[in-house]
Design a protein. Structure first.
Length: 601
C-alpha cells in the first residue's frame, strides 16, 4: 500500500509513463492503458470495485451502439448514395468547387454519424471525384478529415469525445448535456474552419502521387493462363529465354502437377504440362503472340504455349480498416495468391511506400495495399478482410431497400433524445437493436463495426481518471494551474485550459485527453469560483481539434495513408486551423455559457 501523501506522486509518474508509451508507440494505446490500470490495481491505488465501476458508465455503451447504427447506414448504402450525389453536384467544376462539395458533404453527415466510418466510406467517392475533375486527391483528403472533425462539434453524438466528456461530467455531478446544446457554437466553428480550408487549403496542401500511380503506372493489366503443350519447343528453356520474365511480362504462379510455385525465378526451366499465370501491363503480350524469336507462338493448335484463359485484371488501392481481420497478421498468413488469386504489389504506410514486402511484414490499421487481380477476386478479398477499395469499381449494397429503416433509427435517436423522451444511452441501445433485428446489419457485422480498441481505451482511461481523483492528483493539477495563473481573469484561465487540452490532443488520443482533463478543468472552475460547464464544453471542442498531426485522430490516420501524405503536410493546414478553432472557442463558449461566479463547494 502506498502512503497517502505519496499517492498523487505515484499516480502522476504512472500517468507520465503512459503518455510516453503513447507518444513512443511502445504498445497499442488500449494495451498501454490496461497495463497502467493493472499497475494501479496492484499498488492499491485502485480497488477492484473502482475498476469494475467504470463498466457502469453509460458513455462507452452509447458509443458502441452508435457504431452499430452508423454501420446500418453504411451497409444499406445511405452514405454511398451521397457519393453519387456529390459527383452530380460537383459536375465538371474546378478544384475549388470540388473542395466545396467535399466540405459540404462532411459537414452534412458527421453531426449524425461517427466520423471514422464517414471518412472511410467517403474516401473512394472523393478519389473518384478528384480523378473526374483532374484534381490531386491530396488537395481534398485532409480537408475531408478536418471537416468531419469540425462537424462532430455540432451535436452531442457527432463524436465519441462529446459523449465521453458528458459521461465524465455527469459522474462529477454536472447536469447532462442535451442533444443540441452545443449546436450553435459548434456550427459557427465548423463554418469558420471550413471557410479557412476553402481559402488557403488549395494553396498550402501539396500534390502527392497516389500509390497506384507510383507503382501501377496507370496501365490496364492482363492476366493470362498459359499451358506448355507436350510437343512444345519451350520445354527445357528458362522463363527468361522464353521471354516470360522481362519486366513487362511476369509469371506470378507456375503449376507443375500438384506443385505450386509462386513468383518463380527467371532461371526456372519449363516442362511439358506446366501451367503459367502470366501478368502483363503492356502490349508485349500481344507481340509475344506473334513472335518467332525463340520459337514462341501463343494460341491454339501447334503452338509452343496455349492460351487457357485470359482475363482483364485491375490495380486497386485497398485501405485496412480498424476492425479488419488482417491487422497485426503477417503477409504469409494471408496466402493471397492461392486463396484469392491476387498479387500484392506494394504497401503504403504513413509517409513510406514499401515495395519489397517480406513474408513476416505485419499490416496495421490505415495501411493502403496496392493489389492486382480481377474485379471479382479483389471484391472477395476486400469483403473477407474488411478492407475498403479506394479505386476502381463500385461497392454494391444489396440491402438498399432497408435504407429507410437505418435512417429512421438514426434520426429517431436524435429527435427523441432532443425531446427528452429517454436518455441518449437508452435510445442508442434501442436503435442498435433495431438495425440488427431488421437486417440492416448482420449480427457479425454489428460486432465488427464496434471499434473495441477504442472502448477498451475509454474504459481504461475512466479507471485512470478515478485514480487521479481519489489520489488527489486532479485537484493538485487544478490548483497548480490556478496558482500559475494567479491574478488573471477567468476568461484567460479558461483560454489557457482550452489551449492545454488542444496541445495534449496533438500527442495523445482525443478520448484519453477528454477523460483525463475533464476532472481537471472542473476542478479549475470550482477553485476560481465559476460555473464549470463552459470549461467542460471547452474540453469537448479542444479534444476534437486535432489538426496538426496525423497520429492522434483516426480519420487523420486514414487520409494520411490514402493520400500518400507526409507528416509535415498536416502542419501546413492544421496549425492555422488549430489557432482559429482555439480563438473561436475562447470567444464563443463564454457567450453561450457565461463564466459567471457560483458558490464554491
Amino acid at each position: 500500500m502506498i502512503a497517502e501523501p505519496l499517492q498523487p506522486l505515484v499516480v502522476g509518474l504512472i500517468l507520465l509513463a503512459l503518455f510516453v508509451a503513447f507518444v513512443r508507440e511502445w504498445f497499442k494505446p488500449d494495451v498501454a492503458v490496461m497495463l497502467a490500470v493493472a499497475v494501479l490495481l496492484g499498488l492499491g491505488l485502485l480497488s477492484s470495485g473502482q475498476v469494475l465501476s467504470v463498466f457502469s458508465n453509460s458513455a462507452p455503451v452509447t458509443i458502441a451502439c452508435l457504431f452499430v447504427i452508423s454501420a446500418g447506414l453504411e451497409k444499406t448504402g445511405c452514405v454511398d448514395r451521397l457519393g453519387d450525389w456529390l459527383g452530380r453536384l460537383a459536375g465538371d467544376g474546378g478544384p475549388r468547387r470540388v473542395l466545396a462539395v467535399v466540405l459540404f458533404a462532411a459537414v452534412l453527415l458527421s453531426p449524425f454519424i461517427n466520423n471514422t466510418p464517414v471518412v472511410m466510406v467517403l474516401i473512394p467517392a472523393v478519389l473518384a471525384l478528384a480523378r473526374r475533375n483532374s484534381v490531386a486527391p491530396s488537395k481534398l483528403l485532409i480537408p475531408l478529415s478536418y471537416a468531419t472533425m469540425l462537424a462532430g462539434l455540432v451535436t452531442l453524438v457527432g463524436t465519441s469525445t462529446n459523449i465521453l466528456v458528458d459521461g465524465v461530467a455527469r459522474d462529477m455531478g454536472l447536469a447532462p448535456f442535451s442533444m443540441f446544446e452545443i449546436t450553435v457554437p459548434g456550427l459557427i466553428i465548423a463554418v469558420l474552419g471550413c471557410g479557412l480550408m476553402y481559402l488557403i487549403g488549395p494553396k498550402v496542401l501539396p500534390v502527392r502521387e497516389s500509390l497506384s500511380a507510383r507503382f501501377g503506372g496507370g496501365e490496364r493489366t492482363f492476366l493470362t493462363e498459359l499451358l506448355v503443350p507436350m510437343e512444345s519447343q519451350l520445354a527445357g528453356r528458362s522463363l527468361r529465354e522464353a521471354r516470360l520474365s522481362n519486366g513487362s511480362i511476369s509469371v506470378s504462379t507456375l503449376y507443375r502437377g500438384a506443385e505450386q510455385i509462386a513468383e518463380p525465378p527467371p532461371e526456372t526451366r519449363l516442362a511439358p504440362g506446366d501451367r503459367l499465370v502470366v501478368h502483363s501491363r503492356s502490349s508485349e503480350m500481344c507481340d509475344l503472340h506473334h513472335s518467332d524469336l525463340v520459337g514462341v507462338k501463343i494460341g491454339a493448335g501447334d503452338s509452343d504455349l496455349e492460351t487457357l484463359r485470359r482475363r482483364d485484371v485491375v490495380i486497386v488501392e485497398a485501405l485496412v480498416g480498424a476492425g479488419s481481420r488482417y491487422v497485426q497478421r503477417p503477409i504469409r498468413d494471408l496466402d493471397l495468391a492461392s486463396r484469392y488469386g491476387i498479387h500484392l504489389i506494394a504497401v503504403h504506410r504513413k509517409d513510406a511506400n514499401i515495395q519489397d514486402i517480406v513474408d513476416d511484414f505485419q499490416l496495421q490499421f490505415g495501411d493502403v495495399l496496392l493489389v492486382e487481380g480481377t474485379a471479382e477476386q479483389i471484391r472477395r478479398f476486400c469483403d473477407n478482410g474488411d478492407l475498403f477499395a479506394l479505386t476502381e469499381g463500385e461497392v454494391t449494397h444489396p440491402r438498399r431497400h432497408k435504407a429507410p429503416i437505418a435512417l429512421l433509427a438514426m434520426f429517431g435517436v436524435m429527435v427523441l433524445a432532443a425531446a427528452g423522451v429517454m436518455s441518449i444511452e437508452g435510445l442508442a441501445l434501442i436503435g442498435a437493436v433495431a438495425v440488427v433485428v431488421t437486417g440492416c446489419v448482420r449480427p457479425d457485422e454489428a460486432y465488427k463495426s464496434i471499434e473495441w480498441p477504442i472502448l477498451i481505451l475509454i474504459f481504461g482511461m475512466l479507471a485512470v481518471s478515478i485514480a487521479m481523483r481519489e489520489s488527489g492528483l486532479a485537484d493538485m493539477l487544478a490548483a497548480a494551474l490556478v496558482s500559475g495563473s494567479a491574478g488573471l481573469p477567468p476568461w484567460m484561465i479558461f483560454a489557457i485550459s482550452v489551449l492545454m487540452v488542444s496541445l495534449a490532443t496533438e500527442m495523445l488520443s482525443n478520448n484519453a485527453v477528454a477523460v483525463l482533463f475533464t476532472p481537471v478543468v472542473i476542478g479549475v472552475a470550482q477553485q476560481i469560483g465559476v460555473d464549470p460547464r463552459p470549461f467542460v464544453v471547452g474540453v469537448m471542442f479542444a479534444a476534437s481539434a486535432s489538426f496538426a498531426t496525423p497520429i492522434s485522430y483516426q480519420t487523420n490516420t486514414l487520409v494520411y495513408t490514402a493520400g500518400n501524405y507526409r507528416f509535415t503536410d498536416f502542419l501546413r493546414l492544421g496549425l492555422p486551423l488549430n489557432v482559429l478553432v482555439w480563438i473561436a472557442t475562447v470567444i464563443l463558449i463564454p457567450l453561450f455559457w457565461p463564466l459567471q461566479a457560483v458558490a464554491v463547494p
